[in-house]
Structures are given as C-alpha cells and as structure tokens.
Design a binder for this molecule. Sequence first.
Ligand code: GDP
Length: 199
Amino acid sequence: LFSGRVDFLLSAPQLKFLPEPTVPEIAFCGRSNVGKSSLLNALTGRRSIARASVTPGRTQELNFFEVGEPTLFRLVDMPGYGFAKAPPAVVDKWKKLVKSYLRGRQVLHRNLVLIDSRHGIKEVDRDMMQMLDEAAVGYRVVLTKADKIKASELDAVIEKVADEVRKHPAAFPEMHVTSAEKGMGIPELRAAVLSDAGV
Ligand code: GDP
C-alpha cells in the first residue's frame, strides 16, 4: 500500500486549515531531530516525502500526506517539540494547535510518539504523552535510531522506557524499536500503521 501513492496534501498552521475529515489519520510526533522525517520516509519507501513540506517557518504546522489512490488514509507529521530556545509564545501556539487537533479529530485513529533510543523519554515527551492520555488518543511509542547505540545499552533503554510507558493509560504496552537507517522494525511498524488505519 505504501508503495502506491503518497502525496503531500497541505500544511495547517491553524485549525481552520485542517482538511475535511474524510479518511482515517495516523499522526507522528516527537522532539525535533528525533528522526521523524527519516521514519516517515522509511515507512513509505520514499526518499523525501517528509522533507518536501519542511521549509523554514513550516515546522510549527500539521503536515498532511495522503496514501492510496483513491485516498485510504492520511499520515500527519506533527510539529517537532522540545525546541528549548523557542519563545514561550511559539510553544503556547504549538500546544494550542496540537491539543485542539487531538481532542477534536474524530478521524484520528492513532498517534506515534517517537523517542530517540540514545536519549530515552524526556520531560517534553512526558508532556506529549499526557496530552494524548487526556485526549484519549491511543498511541504507540517508537524508539528511533536503534542502530546508534550498543545492543546492551539498547536493551536497558527498552526496559526503562517500557516501564514508564506501562503507566500511561492511552499508550500501547508494546513498543516498536526501529532504525530508519538499517530498516530495523520498519515492516512491523508499517503493518501496525496499516492496521491502525483500518486498511
Ligand atoms: P526530524 O527532525 O525528527 O525529522 O529528524 P530527521 O529524520 O531529519 O533525522 C535527524 C538526524 O538523525 C539526521 O541526521 C538523520 O540522518 C539521523 N537519523 C534519523 N534516523 C536515523 C536512524 O535510524 N539511524 C541513524 N544512524 N541516524 C538517523
């Protein structure tokens, strides 16, 4: 399916620009530089779908991609969070947009929360997970860049993250361990996304 059509649809800087809620949506979020673009590209087998829309100034918008012909579902690239230097007004605007999207979007079937294997869960990730818990949007936790650390360190991170994930009501207890670079965990995650989208 992902080998079929995947097209950038639009960027929504505000709720009023969201596309009509006609098909299921699967959203991706994570700290800036977590490897979100790389993961989206690996999942879709494209070189640069997730980059196409990421022009400066667009990083605070919800980016929608359509999959299938006719469209079966959408991938939603959520703005990266955890930009320590961002002015409070920018962070507030981001939170408002994301919260409203999460709460009001009936077609949002699943969220994927990306965590860098090297860093584990950070405070901003906890905030995001809490927002998802409160909005009752089920989510999968995805460890990224698993190739970047030693197997023994990875095992320790998996255990630590899993312990915390279990405490979040809307999180799936099982996690995904991936490397966009090496293709690790990508087929499994792709299958999960398709299943979440109901296709
Ligand atoms: P984004 O800001 O979350 O979209 O992150 P990017 O996808 O642009 O990735 C940030 C950096 O991490 C880039 O230099 C990528 O090449 C690198 N990266 C992303 N995924 C992987 C991975 O699975 N393995 C390795 N080794 N590097 C990765």
